[in-house]
Design a protein around this ligand. Structure first.
Ligand SMILES: [Zn+2]
Ligand SMILES: [Zn+2]
Length: 826
């Protein structure tokens, strides 16, 4: 308190400009009290107050002496780091993302720092300094808590609940407080503590002179338990380098008090040992296979390309062995002492590719993705900081503290999961990785069997190099693709439910040959709609303007946008008639009906609903690998990164569904998805067969997929994009406004739209009601901006958007209209 009152603001005051983990548009400035001036530097965290009472750990951006004119800065409360936690290049990347994707530095910081390096106010319990380590007169539960604290230093309320295996812990905490065993630590806590364990070792002279031990035992003759503990220690120390306190407890069946007594007699020393959470890689490493001629050529071409260009697009058909090419280039980089970042789409991380890479590189590699807990993520961060050569990660892996990054691989570069949609920063990791490489003077390989239109376009303009691998590894044939006219079969009454006779026959034949099959349908659930045949009522979500999907397993209707669930009725809620029927089909229905047509087949399903559990995804893959599943039905998940030996048939149930999306990327995505899923057929011995069912067999994309003709697809597609003013010829910025009241939304949007329209004219489209007008109770309006590829125009437009939002939000009544800006929306 007094500090705040008497802190003098003079001309020579030192200030820090701090990034707060909030969506405030500007960094905030705080003053630095005299005694800390020498300690503040860019990149460290400081504890600050923001608003009335909230405390945050902010990151120091700049240390300066410029007094802010708009407000009187508060002093910082404490300094959390001695050394910067992020480096200069990370700062550069953050700044670029914040400017390019129109978001705040705080939002970037939130995405970039592992939670363990972020801070929040939490109540935690620590061992009281007044506690004398005497556990003897505690009851069982008190003992458990005190014991845990003596080993772990501090506990959250949740930890204590777990330790005691009970929900109500406050009374116990209260008694422990009264007895001054523990106290509550309520100030801002640094969440991450390196995990340490209490260990035991001998003091001198016993440590270096074992003959002295006889005297030690003499000191303990009065207590058999103490003698047993010492004996247990001696035995343990012969087998292991480090003896944990816990090991002695276990071996001698004694408690903490016994060890303490031995320590009091100056025989034992109790010390903290830091242990890493990153388990060593213990499996046997494998040598990578021989390179094919095609792979050798690709490696050479990439190296040659890198003499002139920074980015190479490696366009290799599915099964061509791109991973082997990466492995070779990674090995060479690591041998030169360089760091490598290998980015993968999130879902693929849980699959086979990570294992394969780990088997080759073992402990040289750290894997970083969202399934790791906070402390593990902090340790990965430290590992990279200390120069771990290879980091394999999903998109957030790019935020790690590299010091000597020289190669970035973006595998499956076309994958939409590289784009973060919610929350901000709405960045595309593939594109940001190219900027990251620019900062580090590193090279980038974008690898895929189905390039994004943008990346391929950049090879045509000469910006990126193009390296192609047109053959499958080991001379394997590409799968034979068969197109089946579902409309024709329907007319001839050969169509059974959603299966053409061709598909069913092929599945039966494959099963007889002992082969497996994958069936792809891009909708999950049983049926996407419940409809009344009498009055045309359809099942809709009460929070979102979408139809509810029927899920047979849970026998209810669910919203795929907000999770709302509703019971299924037999009578129409609108007209009361019993004329309700399910329309359309999802993976669940395919699985269900397949059982009727192929009663002997073992059928599995992989979609959002079946992979929810922690290891569910791996389990399904494992079951398929071990042939406990004959036919795997799934959504897009089955198209990603899977590599099975025995798949004879891949079926695409409805190519039409993919092509009908009202989105300028519908064709691009359809081409990618169908090609990727087709690539799952016959990857080791045989070519395999792909059956594509469609009602509209004349669609050009289907023909191009069948001929595996990416170049023709690209040429036709870019012509359309140019004609209709879309990327890659133009840049898109999508602004979405949200409010619970449509009236306020409409009026607020008008304010923003006017600011934009005055300057942008016809480059601005809308405001328009999007395809789904309401989500989670919020009404939505979209403004779309199409810009020529002119850097100055794009920068000026982003500035204009910021101004427009500011203008709207300061207008009375519209301050809480939410605005999302999405640059390069996907
Ligand atoms: Zn009805
Ligand atoms: Zn909903």
């Amino acid at each position: 308190m007094s500090q705040e009152l008497f802190h003098k603001v003079t001309d020579h005051t030192t200030y820090v400009t701090v990034i707060l983990p909030l969506a405030v548009p500007k960094p905030y400035t705080y003053s630095v009290p005299e005694e800390w001036i020498d300690l503040v530097q860019t990149g460290i965290r400081v504890e600050v107050q923001f608003g009335k009472s909230r405390l945050y750990a902010g990151l120091v951006m700049v240390v300066h002496q410029n007094t802010p004119q708009e407000y009187t800065p508060k002093p910082i409360i404490s300094i959390l780091d001695e050394q910067p936690i992020i480096n200069e290049t990370q700062f550069q990347l953050w700044k670029w993302i914040s400017e390019y994707y129109c978001c705040t530095m705080g939002e970037v910081m939130n995405a970039a720092l592992p939670a363990g390096l972020k801070l929040s106010s939490e109540t935690r319990v620590v061992l009281s300094p007044l506690f004398d380590d005497d556990f003897t007169d505690l009851n069982d539960k008190q003992y458990l808590v005190a014991e845990a604290l003596s080993i772990q230093n501090e506990l959250s309320i949740e930890d204590i609940q777990k330790i005691l295996n009970q929900k109500t812990v406050y009374p116990l905490i209260k008694t422990l407080l009264e007895r001054k065993v523990i106290y509550l630590k309520e100030e801002l806590q640094v969440k991450y503590k390196p995990k340490s364990v209490k260990c035991v070792r001998l003091r001198e002279p016993y440590l270096s002179n074992p003959s002295e031990l006889e005297n030690a035992f003499k000191k303990l003759t009065r207590s058999t338990r103490q003698m047993e503990a010492l004996l247990a220690y001696i035995q343990l120390s012969k087998q292991q380098e480090i003896v944990k306190k816990q090991d002695v407890y276990n071996a001698a069946q004694v408690g903490s008090a016994v060890i303490k007594a031995i320590a009091d007699k100056e025989i034992f020393e109790i010390y903290d040992k830091e242990v890493s959470r990153i388990a060593g890689y213990e499996e046997e490493l494998i040598n990578s296979s021989e390179l094919s001629t095609q792979q050798e050529t690709a490696i050479q071409e990439i190296k040659t390309a890198f003499e002139e260009k920074n980015v190479a697009l490696l366009h290799g058909v599915t099964g061509s062995g791109k991973t082997r090419v990466y492995v070779e280039l990674i090995k060479e980089a690591v041998a030169r002492g360089e760091q490598v970042l290998y980015l993968l789409p999130e879902i693929a991380l849980t699959t086979q590719i990570v294992e394969r890479i780990q088997k080759i590189f073992g402990d040289q590699i750290a894997v970083y993705h969202s399934r790791f807990n906070n402390n593990e993520r902090v340790e990965m961060w430290q590992a990279v900081l200390q120069g771990k050569p290879i980091l394999l990660g999903a998109r957030s892996g790019m935020f790690l503290p590299f010091s000597n990054l020289k190669l970035i691989i973006v595998d499956e570069e076309h994958d939409s999961s590289f784009k973060q949609v919610e929350p901000a920063p709405r960045y595309n990791a593939r594109d940001a990785a190219i900027y990251l490489a620019h900062i580090h003077k590193a090279k980038v390989i974008l690898g895929t069997a189905t390039p994004s239109i943008e990346s391929y376009f950049n090879t045509r303009t000469g910006k990126y190099a193009l390296v192609e691998m047109n053959e499958r590894f080991g001379g394997l044939e590409l799968p034979e693709v068969v197109l089946v006219d579902a409309k024709d079969e329907f007319k001839k009454r050969k169509l059974q439910s959603h299966f053409t006779s061709v598909l069913l026959d092929e599945l039966k034949a494959a099963l007889e040959r002992g082969e497996q099959a994958i069936l792809f349908q891009n909708r999950r659930g049983y049926a996407p709609m419940l409809r009344c045949g009498t009055c045309a009522w359809t099942s809709g979500c009460i929070h979102c303007d979408v139809s509810l999907t029927y899920h047979k397993f849970s026998d209810n209707l669910r919203c795929h946008y907000c999770g709302y669930q509703s019971k299924i009725t037999t009578d129409c809620p609108a007209c009361g008639d019993k004329n309700l029927s399910l329309k359309g089909f999802g993976t669940e229905k395919i699985e269900d009906e397949l059982k009727v047509y192929l009663p002997n087949a073992k059928i599995g399903r992989m979609d959002f609903d079946t992979v929810k559990g922690k290891n569910a995804h791996a389990k399904i893959i494992n079951n398929f690998e071990e042939k406990r599943i004959d036919i795997l039905v799934g959504t897009q998940m089955v198209t990603k990164g899977l590599d099975f030996d025995n798949v004879g048939i891949v079926g695409v149930l409805s190519a039409d569904h993919l092509l009908q999306f009202p989105d300028f990327r519908a064709s691009e995505r359809a081409f990618q998805v169908i090609t990727q899923v087709s690539g799952r057929a016959g990857r080791k011995k045989k070519g395999g067969k792909v059956i594509i069912q469609a009602f509209n067999v004349g669609h050009p994309v289907i023909k191009e997929v069948m001929n595996n003709d990416y170049a023709s697809f690209f040429d036709r597609e870019v012509n359309e994009r140019q004609e209709f003013i879309y990327p890659p010829y133009y840049r898109l910025i999508k602004i979405t406004l949200k409010h619970k009241k449509p009236q306020i939304l409409n009026e607020g949007t008008k304010v923003l739209a006017k600011v934009l329209k005055d300057k942008l004219g016809t480059r601005m489209i809308g405001p328009a009601v999007p395809g789904i007008p309401r989500v989670r109770g919020f009404y939505l309006l979209d403004i779309l901006i199409k810009l020529e590829r002119n850097a100055k125009l794009i920068t000026a437009t982003k500035e204009l958007i910021r101004e427009g939002i500011y203008e709207m939000q300061k207008t009375k009544g519209f301050s809480n209209v939410r605005v999302n800006v999405d640059v390069d929306p996907y």
